[in-house]
Ligand binder design. Structure first.
Ligand code: IVH
Length: 669
């Protein structure tokens, strides 16, 4: 065996390399190495740090992964108070602000306009280039020490880049949950039959206060930095400081602009009134700041806010329209969700016909009646919601909404568990929308990923009596499929091939696909990590389940109830017999040969018989290496369909052998 490298040196080299790759990835959107290689480096570093905890560096990238559990957050005092901004909603107020500023400091004032991000304010402290403390705003004077959680946020550099930074400084900014992550999180919650998160700000704030930083790491929070604090301050202006901190590795939104008059400020405000909906995060206005630090000092502060800045808030986009009906949707888990049907109305550039109402309580709270004129609002949440009723317009014959006592689809009496806002249809074996939604969930991309089967085919398979539960899918024959209306032989074959392929889908996805209430994809992954196969999961006691990180009372009870139902156990037995995977992968790809040892590959395009990831695993399992960019040293380019012309040209220029999918398979055979 080769002698081991000096662990201190290896730890330092790995940390530097990974920090550099993270910087390239998150600041410059460049991935220099394949994910697998990156993960292996990170894993190696984690292993070393576990063996030699005293050698862990304060800027170690493994801290991003989280895992620190804080019982109660400590309190920290802010060096200077974290103030708020005074708000305005009108052009008039804004002109008044400009007059005040110019009167105090002279005619020529330069402003910086920025987005007002709707997240959670954060203070980040650095010493000798290292991130040492992250704190919430709290009451403005003191906040919670949430350093371990902040370390997991990729947009917060653990080590400042470059050399020209002061010994000690603070950066403040806004932590947020990107809208796409918020929507995905809610889609998963909906699928798992859980209560939806109200808006991205609450979700971000709740996440930051998690006691276990591994949960924070999983949520993909972002952070836009918007101010720099240092005494003495090496910069003359706010704009210079923004450019500098961006160079140092902080994420600064590039939406800011210097404006040399109030007219230019107003133009910025008008421009962003609609453009803000294109941003990846929720915003609720514009912040206008005097650019010069010297002038900021001259203007000073009130006890609550600086006199050199103001927030211009856009009025919430709202419209009035008529409530024409309520539709009750029955989801996969039997949860009944009311959806308001509206007379179409234009709101923030889109026509709105439906709005979310969440649950029965909300109908009561808003005192909604059919025929009412209601206010619909679109904030950062994207999905429009009903915020109130215009009672002056209530027609004399308006009808109260009577929440159904029976399932609108199958007539079974609805139930509501104690403490829950949502009603459920308990008839999971016989309620058609539940059965079809379960099948659709099972075949979906994130679950078993069965191509060729869509909602229409599921409808056909269900209504013809061929498929009643997910196990029935694996009993389908070519003749049964080909005889369906509008189904050709080719499509039938496609479906059978996809079903065949799904037999190798990883265990955690199979678990997710089963559709156990409250078991979304993240929970399924956790379960598969902790309990190696379905037998272990089925046999796990309540205590064993809740001992798993992130598994609480509700999920544990739901899993136990699932396995207590003999119909579910039978379905699992049939799926096992059909060859689906009910065991977790133990290790990274097994080494099958060293045929490709010393060879490097670039993969480009799409492939017929496997995904890019599968191809990558195949190369690794035969001792080869996958790299991202084409250089003269590259051994092969494996080219699939639709590969980029630039890559092809570069490879040809450098005389790199280009392999088709089948030529590659020939080599490893
Ligand atoms: S500067 C004196 N810039 O708004 C406060 N704040 O009401 C100076 N905020 O708690 C803050 N985007 O969390 C500043 N571009 C931005 C901002 C911003 C959002 C938040 C911040 C603060 C609140 C003030």
């Amino acid at each position: 065996m080769a002698s081991e490298k000096d662990p201190a040196l290896e730890i330092q080299e790995l940390a530097e390399r990974i920090n550099y790759l993270n910087y390239q990835y998150y600041q410059n959107s460049i991935s220099e190495v394949p994910d697998y290689e990156f993960d292996m480096m990170l894993k190696r570093l984690q292993d070393l740090e576990e063996r030699f905890p005293e050698l862990r560096l304060p800027n170690s990238p493994t801290l991003r992964v989280g895992g620190t559990v804080t019982k109660n957050f400590g309190t920290v005092y802010h060096k200077s108070p974290m103030l708020s901004l005074s708000n305005t909603y009108s052009e008039e107020d804004l002109r008044e602000f400009d007059n005040r500023v110019r009167k105090a400091i002279g005619e020529n004032v330069e402003y910086v306009c920025e987005q007002k991000f709707d997240g959670v304010a954060i203070s980040l402290t650095y010493e000798n280039g290292l991130f040492v403390q992250g704190a919430t705003r709290g009451d403005g004077t003191r906040g919670d020490n949430i350093t371990a959680n902040v370390r997991t946020i990729r947009d917060v550099p653990l080590q400042v880049h470059g050399k020209d930074y002061p010994e000690a400084f603070e950066v403040r900014g806004e932590v947020f949950l990107p809208l796409s992550v918020f929507e995905q999180l809610n889609a998963e919650r909906e699928e798992a039959g859980e209560q939806l998160l109200a808006n991205p700000r609450n979700a971000a704030s709740g996440t930051l206060k998690q006691q276990d930083s591994a949960i924070v790491a999983g949520r993909k929070l972002g952070c836009y930095s918007y101010s720099f604090h240092c005494d003495p301050n090496p910069f003359d202006s706010h704009s210079e400081s923004l450019q500098a901190i961006q160079k140092w590795g902080f994420k600064v939104s590039d939406t800011w602009r210097k404006c040399s008059s109030v007219e230019e400020v107003l133009a910025y405000i008008n421009e962003w009134e609609m453009r803000r909906f294109e941003l990846p995060i929720a915003t609720d206005g514009i912040v206008v700041k005097v650019n010069s630090f010297a002038l900021q000092e001259e203007l000073g502060y009130t006890s609550k806010s600086p006199r050199w800045a103001i927030a211009y808030k856009y009025a919430a986009l709202s419209a009035a329209t008529k409530l024409t009906g309520i539709q009750y949707q029955v989801g996969r888990t039997g949860a009944v969700t009311p959806v308001a049907l509206l007379e179409p109305v234009l709101l923030a550039g889109t026509i709105v016909k439906r709005a979310s109402v969440h649950n029965a309580n909300q109908i009561k709270l808003l005192d909604l009646r059919l025929g009412d004129t209601v206010f619909v609002e679109k904030g950062g949440e994207i999905i429009p919601k009903i915020t109130g009723v215009d009672f002056s317009k209530r027609p004399a014959d308006s009808e109260p909404i009577i929440y159904p006592a029976h399932c609108p689809a199958c007539g079974t009496p609805l139930v509501r568990s104690e403490g829950e806002a949502q009603f459920y249809c308990p008839n999971d074996e016989g309620c058609p929308p539940q059965i079809k939604a379960k099948l659709e969930h099972f075949i979906s991309r994130k679950a078993m990923n069965i191509d060729g089967l869509g909602p229409e085919t599921i409808e056909q398979l269900y209504s013809t009596g061929l498929v009643h539960n997910v196990a029935d899918l694996y009993d389908l024959t070519f003749d049964q499929l080909a005889n369906l209306e509008r189904m050709g032989e080719k499509s039938a074959n496609n479906i059978l091939r996809s079903l065949e392929k799904s037999r190798s889908v990883a265990y955690d996805r199979v678990l997710f696909a089963l559709g156990i209430r409250f078991v979304g994809s993240t929970v399924a992954r956790k379960l598969a990590e902790q309990l190696p196969d379905i037998t272990a999961l089925q046999g796990a006691t309540y205590e064993e389940l809740i001992a798993i990180n992130e598994i609480g009372d509700r999920i544990a009870n739901s899993i136990i109830a699932y396995f207590n139902d003999p119909d579910n156990v039978l379905v699992i037995e049939r799926l096992k017999a059909a060859g689906l995977r009910f065991e977790a992968d133990k290790t990274a790809p097994a080494i099958e040969s060293d045929r490709l040892s010393g060879k490097t590959f670039v993969i480009s395009g799409v492939f017929e018989s496997m995904s890019r990831e599968e191809l990558q695993q195949l190369i690794l399992s035969h001792g080869g290496k996958v790299v991202n960019s084409i250089s003269a040293k590259l051994s092969y380019l494996v080219a699939g369909d639709k590969m980029g012309p630039a890559k092809l040209e570069k490879a040809s220029k450098l005389n790199i052998p280009i392999l088709s999918e089948s030529e590659f398979l020939e080599i490893i055979r």
